[in-house]
Design a protein around this ligand. Structure first.
Ligand code: ATP
Ligand code: MG
Length: 180
């Protein structure tokens, strides 16, 4: 079990020095409907967030980074989240987006001319997002910069824990009956 809001703020804290150095404006918006805790792999989520937010900061010389997390639906024990990371950076030309999620793909541009990273972040992020029953894509916002969106699904309760509790309750009942 983990606190999703905490994971998001922890990830933001990692890039805070870089944000300060570039004097970027950071806007963080977390849906009040985010339940605490959720069940799932916090490490996976953190890895995706680290890369997407890290990219936003890395490829944004000035302006702002906007991070938004929303609850978009719930079905029984599953809860769906949508993450948005919008920057005012150098942008990614539409014709270059096709191979973006492939391993080692990096764009040639003035900011990446010197080697920076390995070009694996988005490929790994896509795989991890799929493991969280989600999807990742670039949203066309009409504004300069890039907007990455991804979805992920977590559990609101742990079914294994619940079943164990349920079994114990039933056992207690039969024990009581035996005593009677
Ligand atoms: P790594 O994540 O492995 O450290 P990386 O950041 O270069 O390296 P990816 O995260 O896979 O690799 O991103 C691939 C490429 O997509 C980047 O090199 C960059 O050219 C482009 N890119 C990714 N995010 C952005 C963004 N927010 N704005 C502009 N370009 C981006
Ligand atoms: Mg990266």
């Amino acid at each position: 079990p983990f606190d999703l809001k905490e994971i998001v703020t922890e990830t933001v804290n990692i890039v805070t020095p870089m944000i300060r150095e570039k004097q970027l404006d950071l806007r963080l918006s977390l849906d009040d409907a985010i339940p605490v805790p959720v069940f799932g792999d916090a490490y996976r989520l953190k890895q995706v967030l680290t890369n997407i937010i890290g990219n936003a900061v890395k490829f944004t010389p000035e302006g702002s980074i906007e991070i938004e997390v929303k609850v978009t639906g719930q079905q029984y024990n599953d809860i769906q989240f949508q993450f948005k990371v919008k920057d005012t950076g150098i942008g990614i030309p539409v014709e270059k987006r096709e191979h973006l999620f492939e391993a080692f793909y990096q764009l040639e541009n003035f900011m990446t001319r010197k080697p920076q990273g390995t070009g694996l972040g988005l490929a790994i992020s896509k795989k991890l997002v799929e493991l969280m029953q989600g999807d990742i894509w670039i949203e066309e916002s009409g504004d300069p910069g890039t907007t990455f969106m991804f979805t992920a699904s977590f559990k609101t309760s742990n079914m294994e824990e619940f079943n164990r509790y349920d079994l114990q309750q039933k056992k207690n009942k039969t024990d009581q009956l035996r005593i009677l």
